[in-house]
Design a protein around this ligand. Structure first.
Ligand SMILES: Cc1cc2nc3c(=O)[nH]c(=O)nc-3n(C[C@H](O)[C@H](O)[C@H](O)COP(=O)(O)O)c2cc1C
Ligand code: SF4
Length: 464
């Protein structure tokens, strides 16, 4: 990797470990198939296609790879959920909706290294027995759609896709499906409904776990762009070497997308859990802006619970219990969860002491109120009410009672909806009030008028 040259000003930080982003911003690199082939492209597919599909799934399982789309679910385990006696077609879907605010990695992969994704997809499709695969791409990525369409055509011309891939007897078609620009189309069952040509109302799980009942009610594996790219590297390195990267149960590398109030925002690929929040924000990202202090951080996309930069966390149990400061938190799935938040999609949003938390919360509430698909009442009505109440706070019209109402609405959504959007919209509110109650309350006044009687009636209705 050291021999690779990057464009001036785009060199990776020395603390990075680039697998997936190895070719991003590389000097002399382009997205063509010729460039990819010169660099050893599709060699892993040639290797994989000679193996038994189950051997690839076992490698992915042994690598410990966890999905990079948000939930961190082990990829090989998910593949293993396809019913063994299945007689229906199996589908593979690459989730390129990249809709979680704060996340900007998948588009770079498609723009600059599309064949890495295609190679990862063909190997994965072969492993799970899919002969049709889709790339579900958000509407807002028109350039990425053109690039990936051309790349698929070029890969087909070389017989990496199509009938009898590389003479193996394995057939695979990959289609690109453009979304209509809705956040909920990133949720895997909403995505599947959309792909079937319907309104993207998420399906209830159980029973509709895609690996059993997915696209056209057939077994379907939905994986994020970055997750599918990792499959190629697991084949290249072998699961044992791959699993040495990162930390136990949190293996490999992942791309962190840092935005907000730091000197050097951007994307950084690091070994999972091998870098702390402090190292990321202070060393890699250059620290806070001049004259400012870090105040808070939303560590895994807008749905993850906000953390204060001055708080400490007790994690572990018994003899293993320890206290961590915010800056000591290793950036891995399990520690993030133990600290009451989640590593999510890797979108790290940094807020300094110039930020008013009411403004941050209101911004988030507007997003979720706009994006709720409307299928379930707690989410549809609740997200709208959370926005209305945070509007009142930022407009200086709220009473202290409004904060309590806001909190209650959030808890009424949490756990009562068809899909995890309910939690995605309510967790930011719950955490913000938990961590910044005094600041939010200081923006309210007893002199303001509390919600109208009519509004209170409506709220009572959704709280039942
Ligand atoms: C509201 C919502 C939006 C989501 N948006 C995305 C998305 O844009 N991209 C993505 O890969 N996963 C997204 N997910 C997660 C997917 O449902 C699914 O878990 C993921 O694509 C699985 O891939 P992985 O196992 O490789 O992470 C979203 C989930 C929810 C609840
Ligand atoms: S939780 Fe929200 S986004 Fe999910 S199905 Fe219900 S209304 Fe739609």
């Amino acid at each position: 990797m050291s021999s690779i040259q990057y464009l001036p000003g785009k060199e990776p930080d020395p603390r990075e470990h680039r697998l997936i982003f190895k070719n991003i911003d590389r000097s002399g690199w382009d997205a063509s198939i010729d460039c990819y082939l010169k660099d050893g492209g599709y060699e892993q597919l040639k290797k994989a296609i000679k193996l038994e599909p189950s051997a690839i799934t076992n490698e992915v399982k042994a690598s410990g790879l966890r999905g990079r789309g948000g939930a961190g679910f082990p990829t090989g385990v998910k593949w293993g959920f396809i019913p063994p006696n299945n007689t229906k077609p199996v589908y593979l879907i690459c989730n390129c909706d990249e809709s979680e605010p704060g996340t900007f990695k998948d588009r770079y992969i498609v723009h600059q290294d599309p064949h890495q994704l295609i190679e990862g997809m063909v190997i994965s499709a072969y492993a799970v027995g899919a002969h049709v695969a889709y790339i579900y791409m958000r509407e807002e990525f028109p350039e990425a759609a053109q690039i990936i369409e051309k790349s698929i055509a070029d890969a087909r011309a070389k017989n990496f896709i199509g009938k009898d891939v590389l003479g193996s007897g394995f057939d695979l078609e990959i289609y690109v499906h453009r979304g209509a620009g809705a956040y909920i189309c990133g949720e895997e069952t909403g995505l599947i409904e959309s792909l079937e040509g319907k309104r993207p109302y998420p399906r209830i799980k159980p029973p509709y776990f895609p690996a059993a009942l997915g696209l056209y009610m057939a077994p379907t594996i939905v994986n994020n762009v970055e997750s599918l790219c990792h499959v190629k590297h697991i084949m290249e390195m072998g699961s044992e070497e791959y699993a040495k990267l990162g930390s136990p149960r949190n293996t490999g590398t992942r791309i962190l997308c840092v935005s907000g109030d730091v000197k050097k925002p951007g994307y950084y690929e690091v070994q999972v859990g091998k870098i702390t929040m402090g190292e990321l924000l202070n060393d890699v990202c250059g620290g806070p802006l001049d004259g400012r202090k870090f105040k808070a951080c939303i560590p895994g996309g807008s749905s993850s619970k906000i953390l204060r930069c001055d708080e400490t966390f007790k994690i572990g149990r018994g003899d293993d219990e320890k206290e961590l400061s915010f800056f000591d938190i290793p950036m891995d799935f399990d520690t993030m969860a133990a600290c009451g938040t989640m590593a999510g999609s890797g979108g790290v949003i940094v807020l300094d002491d110039s930020r008013k938390m009411s403004w941050v919360l209101n911004n988030i509430n507007h997003f979720y109120a706009h994006e709720s698909c409307g299928q379930c009442t707690p989410c549809r009505e609740g997200s709208m009410w959370m926005r209305k109440i945070s509007d009142r706070i930022v407009e200086g019209k709220a009473t202290p009672e409004d904060i309590k109402t806001l909190e209650e609405v959030a808890y009424q959504i949490d756990g009562r909806t068809v899909c995890a959007f309910g939690e995605a919209s309510s967790w930011p509110v719950e955490a913000m009030i938990d961590k910044f109650r005094d600041e939010l309350t200081s923006e309210t006044s007893e002199d303001n008028e509390y919600l109208s009687e009519e509004a209170q009636k409506q709220l009572k209705y959704i709280s039942q």
